[in-house]
Design a protein around this ligand. Structure first.
Ligand SMILES: [Zn+2]
Length: 460
């Protein structure tokens, strides 16, 4: 099935070919955000307590105290922080539709049993709707780049459906192609389809990139998902590398850094997720090999172990922040930063100083570095693509604002995100989508959830 046909069957209002931008997105225009407190996250430019950001044809063309841009539309940035959109680096968007079926306080109805069982009943249309619903929340919370950790690609049509949803929503992101839930551990992922996706979807219009998500590797006695041998990992990772694609891996079980390094598998194209159980030796290996680590504090705080942010940063390991899923908690990068700040104090006291600015860097430019797209996004730098948000500082939970970084980490919440721009398209303005029918996205998601529940005969 061609991607456009898959997308059509998946219910996407798409008219373009695989790699082309879809219809239905607002055009990339020319505008200037004026008078905002601009946090560029670019060390060379710094911050502007009252500054302008000029955007044209999807690119940032100027950032300064006063930008002359006759003819450009003006967006009043007064009373807002203008900053890069958040770059999250690991999210199972295919699970979004399971939200109404889960209970975080009932182990039988928690995230893993629901997603691993009902996930096996997903159609491409369900995948499309789930990814689209998750991305609607992402955008509403100021996330403009995602790493779609798709470990339920049940067929080529499912891959096309997930990619179609990413394209149709106008976000930037990496699609990490993975094996479907329930697949036998001794079966290799579909490397032929991975090659097809690369051929048909990349490089598209520059918004989407491709990688793989590996199953867990090693001898986890109690795996939450599939676990493969080192030989299978060599086969799958080798297949990805032959296509020039990066690799991501959960480290939920026993430590794996030494095992992977011993097999010669680690390199700067590898991202690990959930830094809860690394040793000093592991961290030295990861720093030496250029491996990155993504922490999802909202979920990790519910698991045994410590979120080792201080240790990773001290060891010089590339680190970033991720949402993981939005079923038993919401998408909230402000809360992620706040939790990391609090838990660092809780664990380390004064032994490791973590500033609020460092946290905002981790949630923006460091995420872009992790995903290998820091040349395109993660900071408000002229020449980069225009992925930016305006966070209102006049709302009751924010005003009156002192230090902007402190306000973002201590006080802000997704409803303060007034305006969201991705690749120069104004996707949200005044807390509302400019083109997307959010109600339909939610209704479609709820319909898929009900159908999945019935097909899986859940909870019987
Ligand atoms: Zn995960």
């Amino acid at each position: 099935m061609t991607p456009s046909r898959a997308a059509a069957q998946a219910g996407g209002a798409t008219t373009g070919q695989a790699g082309q931008p879809a219809g239905g997105l607002p055009a990339r225009g020319e505008f200037v955000v004026r008078g905002a407190h601009v946090l560029t996250m670019d060390a060379g430019i710094g911050d502007l307590p009252s500054g302008d950001v000029h955007v044209r044809n999807g690119a940032i063309v100027a950032v300064a105290a006063n930008v002359a841009a006759p003819g450009a539309d003006a967006i009043d940035g007064r009373g807002t922080i203008c900053m890069p959109g958040f770059v999250e680096t690991h999210w199972h968007l295919w699970t979004s539709v399971f939200r109404p079926i889960m209970r975080q306080d009932d182990p039988a109805r928690s995230y893993f049993p629901v997603t691993s069982r009902l996930g096996q009943h997903m159609t491409p249309e369900d995948s499309y709707r789930s990814v689209r619903m998750g991305l609607a929340e992402a955008l509403s919370a100021g996330v403009t780049t995602v790493h779609n950790w798709a470990h339920n690609v049940r067929s080529p049509a499912h891959a096309d459906a997930e990619l179609s949803a990413m394209r149709d929503m106008g976000v930037r992101g990496r699609f990490a192609y993975g094996s479907p839930q329930g697949m036998a551990n001794d079966t290799a992922m579909d490397l032929a389809d991975l090659a097809r996706v690369k051929r048909e979807w990349m490089p598209n219009d520059g918004m989407l990139t491709l990688g793989i998500c590996s199953r867990n590797v090693g001898n986890d006695p109690n795996p939450m998902r599939g676990t493969v041998t080192i030989d299978m990992a060599k086969k799958e990772w080798g297949g990805a590398r032959a296509l020039g694609l990066p690799i991501t891996l959960h480290t939920s079980g026993p430590p794996v850094a030494k095992l992977l390094d011993g097999a010669g598998l680690l390199g700067p194209d590898v991202q690990l997720v959930h830094p809860l159980n690394t040793s000093a030796e592991d961290r030295a290996i990861l720093a030496r090999r250029g491996v990155s680590y993504s922490t999802s504090p909202t979920g990790e705080s519910r698991r045994p172990g410590d979120i080792q942010l201080a240790e990773l940063l001290e060891a010089g390991v590339k680190t970033s922040i991720s949402i993981d899923h939005n079923t038993t908690y919401n998408c909230d990068c402000f809360v992620c930063m706040r939790m990391l700040y609090s838990m660092n104090l809780h664990r380390m006291g004064k032994k490791f100083q973590l500033t609020t600015k460092r946290l905002v860097q981790l949630a923006t430019i460091d995420g872009a570095t992790d995903l290998g797209i820091a040349d395109k996004t993660g900071s408000l730098t002229p020449g980069k693509r225009a992925d930016l948000i305006l966070v209102r500082t006049t709302d009751i939970n924010m005003a009156p604002v002192g230090d902007p970084y402190d306000a973002l980490v201590a006080l802000a919440q997704p409803t303060n995100v007034d305006t969201v721009v991705a690749d120069g398209r104004i996707l949200r303005r005044g807390n509302k989508f400019t083109a997307l029918d959010h109600g339909k996205v939610v209704r479609d998601g709820a319909e898929s959830a009900a159908a999945l529940r019935a097909r899986a005969k859940w909870p019987a």
